[in-house]
Design a binder for this molecule. Structure first.
Ligand code: FE
Length: 348
């Protein structure tokens, strides 16, 4: 709860209407029904989204949080008897895994059609992107010049021998990045890049994105890959050590002179055998609402997927960059190839 409080305050400061008295007065009658969400998103902020939906509709949300592969295996085992109504995943590569396993059914609504950009959704309506994030280079401001980290290729250059921190190659964020690099460069160059990064690693891959940023702060390495919202989470943290890490580290948005920085989505869709389909559709529409979009941006520091939704100052401050326009569906299509190249390069 102590971790949630600042988030609630941040959401309130943003004018997120989930906290308005009118919405709180909405009845939570049993007849409004319930909704079962299987989610591989792992962010405290999502509780605010679920609460906002319940306040707006009276529909109670039951959430089951799992790792993406666990989620897929569980739903496959449950089959037609699965109680899941909505599936949420962080990363288009994870959405693709769920799609490939047949876990979604197509759905569309006027709200989703109008508000979610075409590049951020599945063409068949199996899943919809509700937030955006960029995969960027975090670097030690005291040791690295911004121009030294202007490309992803820089991570493989001799300049950073023994200076690179990364997480494991089976992490879906890294798989999606590699899928995009293969799409742009072809396999030989992508493999050479992965080998170069492995040769530059300061330590074996370990931890999550936040651990990479902290390692840069601690001097264990000079550069690391991270998704944008993790950096902003540290910067906004009430913890002095987190703030110090963010203060020592800066973000580079690679490829600004080229194809643009690798971006991704988090999103979800309607479960194939959803028992509460009407409630599920309402929830997907809610995720595209101004209110939910503002919570994602305000409390989890992600970029809104819906155009025109204002971002809080910290998100807005890193919003002006050239993003790679590549369709996010590529990340799934090339996922197996990406893992194979990482394996060949010895990136654990
Ligand atoms: Fe994440």
């Amino acid at each position: 709860m102590s971790r949630l409080l600042p988030i609630l305050l941040a959401a309130a400061a943003l004018g997120v209407s989930a906290c308005s008295p009118a919405k709180q007065a909405a009845p939570e009658s049993a007849s409004a029904g319930s909704l079962n969400i299987y989610t591989a998103r792992h962010y405290d902020a999502d509780t605010l989204v679920y609460d906002g939906f319940t306040k707006a509709t009276g529909i109670k949300v039951n959430r089951l949080e799992m790792q993406p592969d666990q989620l897929v295996e569980r739903m496959k085992a449950e089959g037609e008897a699965s109680p899941a109504d909505v599936i949420l995943m962080a990363d288009a590569g994870a959405l693709w895994r769920a799609e490939s396993a047949g876990l979604f059914q197509p759905i569309t609504t006027p709200t989703l059609e109008k508000r979610i950009p075409v590049a951020l959704r599945d063409p068949k309506g199996l899943w919809w992107g509700f937030t955006r994030r960029a995969r960027v280079i975090a670097y030690d401001k005291a040791a690295v010049k911004p121009e030294e980290v202007a490309t992803y290729e820089a991570l493989a250059s001799p300049r950073f021998k023994g200076k690179v921190c990364v997480r494991s190659s089976d992490n879906v964020y890294n798989l999606s990045l590699m899928a995009a690099l293969i799409e742009h460069w072809g396999e030989p160059k992508a493999l050479a890049w992965a080998k170069g990064v492995v040769a530059n690693m300061a330590r074996p891959p370990q931890g999550g994105d936040i651990d990479q940023i902290r390692a840069v702060e601690a001097g264990a390495c000079q550069v690391a890959l991270t998704n944008t919202y993790y950096y902003l989470r540290l910067a906004a943290s009430p913890d002095a050590a987190d703030k110090a890490a963010a203060a020592r580290v800066a973000l580079s948005f690679p490829e600004q002179a080229g194809v643009g920085t690798h971006t991704n989505v988090s999103g979800g869709g309607l479960a194939a055998h959803a028992p509460n389909k009407a409630a599920a559709v309402k929830f997907l529409d809610y995720l595209a609402s101004d209110e939910a979009q503002a919570i994602f941006a305000g409390a989890n520091h992600e970029y809104p997927a819906v155009m025109g939704v204002p971002s809080p100052p910290d998100v807005a401050a890193i919003s002006q960059f050239k993003a790679d326009p590549m369709a996010v569906t590529v990340y799934g299509e090339r996922q197996a190839q990406a893992q194979s190249l990482y394996d060949q390069a010895g990136w654990r």
